[in-house]
Design a protein around this ligand. Structure first.
Ligand code: MOS
Length: 724
């Protein structure tokens, strides 16, 4: 089905099931431990052997010699696979470095061997008996030291409108400030894990992956197999955050190990390996220059960002929101990419906007202060309803101003004292801060199959994943609404490459696009039902398990009496993205207390106001946003991969050294969704919301810390040493 905009009135608008707070249908399975994650699939491979990955001990260089003999003779060892005996391997499109390295080493903890043994302990013990002699080469590990050599990485890296330099020089009020965000790790709960099973030349991978179809293709490319020979299954995923958008070494090495051992192999990346073996969010250095008139209107906006990656990698797209968020006639954005020999950088938790807003939204706070304006009023004065770089392109919907105003009322913004370091509560200096939230709303083709069985139940099958987000539930709600059934009559099967290809879980496009695919399939099923029952599909009403037209009413189940009805369809968007700028908006408010003596920072209150189209399930959407706000708190106050600039690796490679927020760090969080629908976005009239929740949070925290203390920290994380 091609989506025609704007969406007219459709069956979803009944909102009998969609739009209602609904507990997760997979919740009981998860809370009782019956939802088996990849590493727990004993049932599919009771005879599985265990794989253990050996990571490179250098960041850059060459393996000169590798002695496997002692390891091979160790108890329980079935096979050891290295680049020397793995056969010719290809490389996945989504991978920058090889998933099995050697003899060249591209980054620290790049996999150089997988040991397969009868037990995990035997595999681990044997891996430590492998002797590797490395030749270490000089590498580039320090982003700040590489800025001069950074290059323009792509056609979309630079934009310019008007004459920024002239406008900036002429502006009566200006800001020129540089900000830094560190490398971040996804640090999801479930490690990258796979069980590989060969059946002849056919490979099945029970794995933990956000994007089944990308993964299937990349496994096929890496192992030089036809796509049809590869099956990926990923029904439950213990967090992804972008780290599982791509096939990683667990999947490829489990497959290679299983082939060599002639046994199914189960493999989870050891936690200490994940930080350097898998991907991370790259550090950025960002320079913001803003120029405005005394009336507070921005006349000049420049945002330049530097990040680094391995050869063949890409930049952190931290300037993209600055092209769209505020009006201003003269604009310039630039992304520059340096070569770094650190582990592979890639998408994490709202890539681009999350780190971009960490800089832009402090700059807006600084500029408001220079102008003597309230930071909310400053943002409102500079709102725009058109894409400022493409004036012919409207936003499908943009409610930033309402988010800011609603939030200000709710949070008690008028009580804020604009003079920093002027509010005290015992030993705490108290401050509040605000930031705008912005995240693009991408739409993607998404397919689903729906089955109506003779008992009147409907089953949905799509390779969409549920990474803890609630996909199972909103897909069930969609099918129930479309077919006029109670939720209990719908079963949902996800995460299997045997099912139709969905949008997958990434870039906050999953909820809207995958449910729209289910909508399309259900429209087709309604037609098939009407045809079987001899009713007119266009006027048929589906409700309470019945199909009615005029005075006639028949049970839905009757349509399947002659045999199960099965249809499949996909939603397609054509050139929608070119005609409209689709984005989601929000405002984050934060109150902090800073210990006047020690500089300890505690969050006291957080509020997010989100404008993200129709909210399909307010309960699960709220959970998404409070999770994202928590990640924003992590980015603001604690998360940082510490780079060893001599040896080229992330030092704090475990969950003790890489600090993320715990319950005690998180105060009262409130989430408000504006009551809106976006008929441009899809037949669901919904948008993404998960990643919006993190965008801007860290800057709101930093701005609150400034309001509390008068200390402006431009280098994340905002830790107490930077306040004293
Ligand atoms: Mo998201 S970082 O696109 O999974």
């Amino acid at each position: 089905m091609k989506f025609e905009q704007p969406a007219g009135h459709n069956p979803i608008d009944q909102l009998k099931v969609v739009g209602r707070s609904t507990e997760r249908i997979d919740g009981p399975l998860k809370t009782t431990g019956r939802a088996a994650y990849a590493y727990e699939r004993h049932d599919v491979a009771p005879d599985a052997a265990y794989g253990y990955v050996l990571g490179a001990a250098i960041a850059k260089g060459r393996i000169e010699a590798m002695d496997l003999s002692v390891a091979q003779a160790a108890p329980g060892v079935l096979a050891i696979v290295t680049a020397r005996n793995a056969g010719k391997l290809g490389k996945g499109r989504m991978n920058t470095a090889k998933l099995l390295g050697g003899p060249e080493i591209e980054h620290y903890h790049q996999a150089v061997a997988v040991v397969v043994a009868e037990s995990f302990e035997q595999a681990r013990a044997a891996a430590h008996l492998i002797r590797v002699r490395y030749a270490r080469h000089k590498g580039s590990f320090d982003l700040a030291g590489t800025l001069d050599t950074a290059v323009k990485p792509g056609a979309q890296s630079d934009t310019a409108v008007g004459d920024f330099e002239a406008a900036y020089a002429a502006a009566p009020v200006t800001l020129d400030a540089t900000y830094a965000t560190p490398d971040h790790s996804h640090a999801m709960m479930e490690p990258h894990a796979s069980v590989a099973i060969w059946n002849g030349d056919e490979l099945t991978l029970w794995t933990s992956n956000q994007m089944i179809d990308w993964g299937r293709s990349d496994v096929a490319r890496t192992l030089n197999l036809p796509r049809e020979k590869v099956r990926l299954v990923s029904p439950f995923i213990g967090g992804g955050f972008g780290g599982k958008l791509f096939v990683r070494s667990d999947a490829v090495l489990a497959a290679l190990g299983a082939r060599a051992a002639k046994r199914p192999v189960k493999l989870a990346l050891q936690r200490p390996l994940i930080f350097n073996n898998a991907t991370h969010r790259p550090a950025t250095i960002q320079r913001l220059r803003l120029g405005a008139g005394h009336d507070g209107r921005l006349t000049a906006i420049a945002h330049e960002s530097w990040s680094g990656d391995l050869p063949g990698g890409g930049p952190e797209t931290a300037v993209r929101q600055t092209r769209l968020l505020y009006a201003g006639a003269n604009r310039l954005t630039r992304e520059r990419l340096a070569r770094l020999d650190l582990p592979e950088g890639n998408a994490m938790r709202a890539p681009g906007e999350a780190p971009g807003l960490m800089a832009l939204e402090i700059a807006m706070d600084e500029m408001a202060e220079k102008l003597g304006m309230d930071p909310i009023e400053f943002r409102i004065v500079n709102d725009t309803q058109i894409d400022p770089e493409h004036p012919q392109r409207p936003f499908s919907q943009r409610e930033l101003v309402r988010c800011l105003r609603n939030g200000a009322d709710r949070f008690g913004w008028q009580q804020r004292n604009p003079k920093p370091a002027s509010v005290r509560d015992g030993r705490w200096l108290v401050g509040i801060g605000v930031a705008a939230a912005f995240r693009n709303n991408l739409v993607r083709t998404s397919a689903a199959r729906v089955r109506l069985s003779s008992d009147g139940g409907v089953t949905v099958e799509t390779d969409m994943t549920d990474i803890g987000t609630g996909s199972y539930t909103i897909i069930a709600q969609t099918a129930a609404e479309m077919m006029g059934l109670p939720l209990e009559q719908v079963s949902v099967r996800l995460g299997d490459s045997r099912f139709p290809v969905s949008a997958g879980s990434g870039g906050q496009w999953g909820a809207n696009s995958s449910t729209a695919g289910v909508y399309a399939a259900c429209m087709k099923l309604r037609e098939a039902v009407a045809a079987r029952l001899g009713l007119d599909a266009a006027t048929a009403h589906f409700a309470d398990g019945r199909v009615s037209v005029g005075g006639r009413s028949l049970p839905l189940a009757q349509a399947a009496r002659g045999g199960e009805l099965v249809v499949e369809d996909q939603i397609e968007y054509g050139d929608l993205d070119e005609r409209y700028q689709q984005s989601t908006f929000g405002a984050h408010f934060v109150e902090v207390g800073v210990d006047a003596a020690t500089g300890e920072i505690r969050l006291r209150r957080m509020l997010a106001v989100c404008a993200a189209g129709r909210i399909l399930n307010p309960l699960s959407a709220r959970s998404q946003v409070i999770g994202a706000m928590t990640m924003g708190a992590g980015a603001a106050l604690m998360e940082e991969l510490a780079v060893d600039k001599r040896l080229g690796y992330f030092v704090n490679h475990d969950l003790a050294g890489y600090e993320v927020p715990v319950h005690a760090d998180i105060p009262h969080q409130e989430v408000i969704f504006l009551d809106e629908t976006d008929p441009i976005s899809s037949p669901m009239k919904a948008k993404g919301v998960g990643e919006l929740g993190i965008c801007g949070v860290a800057a709101a925290v930093a701005n609150a810390v400034y309001n509390a203390t008068g200390v402006r920290v431009r280098r994340y994380p905002v830790t107490l040493d930077k306040l004293l």
